[in-house]
Ligand binder design. Sequence first.
Ligand SMILES: [Zn+2]
Length: 281
Amino acid sequence: MPELPEVETTRRGIEPLVRGKRLLAVNVRDDRLRWPVVLPEDLPQQTLRSVSRRAKYLLLEFDRGTLLIHLGMSGNLRVLPAGTPYLKHDHVELVFAQTQALRLNDPRRFGCVLWHPRGAQPHWLLQSLGPEPFADAFDGVYLKRLARGRRTAVKTFLMDARVVVGVGNIYANEALFLAGVRPTVRASRVTLAAYQRIVLEIRGVLARAIDMGGTTLRDFVKQDGNPGYFKQSLNVYGRAGEPCRNCGASLTGIRLGQRATVYCKNCQKSQGFAQQPVLKS
Ligand SMILES: [Zn+2]
């Protein structure tokens, strides 16, 4: 499933290819995505001003509004020469001047393409989202304040998009290992110092994933439908029962809020680890 780093990598990949270009045509080949694809008749002839991102939504800003695109469970966007033969599951195509076509391919059709007119209220899908993980507003003090009285596990708390966006299951597992905080601790019991550390580690794992995605940007202009998602070397996710890279103990795997959760019972304590794990490569 595309996570925040894949969406940001997609944004960086497509923006230089389509920004500033006039839209010539929109081809909706199958409108049955998560919500029906209904686009205004005057969308063609508008110019694409910018491609930004909020949480996992790509925001294509045109002259008279914004196209929100979500990749859902299985979607990807490719920029191709117009007229390139379609692949199965190429559902929506935007054809720009200078013969560039932006295509959404989504086999499971959980993605969406929605039009939001300029000047309207903020889109309902974006209204209740927490801060971006790289925003100044996201810091240890913010988390500590929001966690007051919360009995939920800290990992579940961090994965709540109303708290902060973009912390998917893999990144929550990895950040909590690096911060030395056990995923099952109640959010209200985590110290301010541990939250400050968690913020740094969340930013670190996301930034590394985005950097690695950057090496695959060329894939966005390839025609094989492979968006070039990357695999980050992981410390705990997917490694239950394997040795901790810090202390060698067998990693513990549990389900927490229905999500696979892996931690080291030595290195991850209630109040955060006093020392940063020294990882053996
Ligand atoms: Zn350990």
